[in-house]
Design a binder for this molecule. Structure first.
Ligand code: ZN
Ligand code: ZN
Length: 398
């Protein structure tokens, strides 16, 4: 594409900003949580239909897919945005603050939905790609696995994709900059508990029983060796205790018969995830046994690690460089220990998940904080990224 054409494209996308900002603020004002994104899905579906896309609703609950076909190629690419809000009481005072008590768009999914709508709007009038684009608007990213619900409901059977891409805003990265990396970019996020049981007894006569408090205490220190002694030093993980209960503060002379320890485990590869799960069980059992106690360990797997595919990361990097410039693209972003259900899509289809900088707000303006707000200044950068990605993936010339 000539420089002049490129400038024309930028100008047309910039011209959509007011309309897109109004959509973004309207969605922000009316946040909807997991699987209740009906109003948001209405807005998405109505807009997509008005721009001539084929629209499929009700996939995985409230999910929406809009399809755009140009030319004769059957190569198909999926672009995904999430639509759900969080159970947080918003503390912002601006006009577009949440009108729903206890719910707010504190993770910027209002912005994700808007940027992807902007791309659909622009690309519906573009002839610069050859193939099929599926615009995937999913419910329930926040802990309720809406991506998996859409996959289980036949997302990639009904809309086969050769590649799939996701984009998330991120405070602490310069506004409009894009960061990504090949390989793991977000962690697997799991929960575990270990319940130690002994006879308990009178605190004055510990020799008459078995004491689960000693077993639990030794377990808490011993499990710290799983990451430091068992995980490969060039891989990484995190295991933290978030909860301990046992006994009664009103009965300090009683050795309890039950002590519950629980926490979170993060990892960036399947092998480390398996290892952490196995070793937590082994360490707990061995220590319980050493103290003539018993233990029940439960390990609940949440979202898997979000692992970017190499080839699609190179494509996404080229698109980001074309959209915001090489100086504003970081292809070696450090992985973050948060979790994302886009990981389920990347287990099925090659693809890449990237971050777009939301800029530097106050310290309490991080995602999931009650004063967070998606930065409307980055809408056009996000739209440009999606458009460049469509044109790179479905190149008219190839
Ligand atoms: Zn979030
Ligand atoms: Zn999010």
């Amino acid at each position: 594409m000539s420089d002049q054409d490129k400038q024309e494209q930028r100008r047309k996308i910039e011209a959509l900003t007011d309309e897109l900002q109004a959509i973004r603020r309207d969605i922000h004002k009316h946040p909807e949580t997991a699987y209740e994104e009906n109003r948001t899905a209405d807005i998405v579906a109505e807009r997509l239909e008005s721009w001539g896309l084929d629209v499929h609703r009700g996939l995985g609950g409230t999910g929406v897919v809009g399809t755009l076909r140009k030319g004769d190629s059957n190569r198909a690419v999926g672009f995904r945005a999430d639509m759900d809000a969080l159970f947080i009481q918003e503390k912002n005072t601006f006009d577009h603050r949440s009108v729903h008590d206890g719910k707010m768009h504190a993770c910027g999914h209002d912005g994700h939905t808007t940027m992807l709508l902007g791309a659909a709007r622009y690309l519906s009038e573009s002839e610069r790609f050859n193939g099929v684009l599926h615009f995937i608007f999913q419910p329930a990213e926040e802990g309720e696995a809406g991506a998996k619900a859409m996959i289980d409901d036949g997302l990639f059977d009904l809309f086969p994709c050769d590649a799939v891409y996701g984009l998330h805003n991120m405070p602490g990265i310069e506004a409009g900059h894009i960061g990504l990396r090949a390989g793991p970019i977000l962690a697997a996020s799991d929960r575990w508990t270990a319940e130690f049981r002994g006879s308990g007894g009178h605190g004055s006569m510990p020799h008459k029983g078995t004491d689960p408090t000693v077993a639990a205490a030794q377990f808490i220190t011993a499990m710290q060796t799983i990451v430091s002694r068992n995980v490969d030093p060039i891989d990484t993980g995190a295991i933290s205790v978030g909860h301990i209960t046992g006994g009664d503060p009103g009965s300090l002379n009683i050795i309890p018969s039950d002590v519950l320890v629980g926490g979170t485990a993060r990892s960036f590869s399947d092998s480390t995830r398996d290892l952490i799960e196995r070793r937590l069980g082994e360490v707990a059992e061995a220590i319980a046994g050493a103290h003539s106690c018993e233990v029940d360990v439960s390990y609940v797997r949440g979202y898997p690690a979000t692992v970017n595919w190499r080839e699609q990361t190179e494509i996404a990097t080229r698109a980001a460089e074309a959209a915001v410039g090489a100086a504003r693209t970081d292809p070696n972003l450090n992985p973050l220990p948060g979790g994302e259900d886009f990981s389920f899509m990347l287990q099925q289809v090659p693809g890449c998940y990237a971050f777009i900088g939301n800029g530097f707000g106050e310290p309490d303006e991080f995602v999931h904080a009650p004063r967070y707000d998606f930065n409307d200044e980055i809408i056009s950068s996000g739209v440009n990224y999606w458009v460049e990605l469509a044109e790179t993936e479905l190149d008219d010339m190839s």
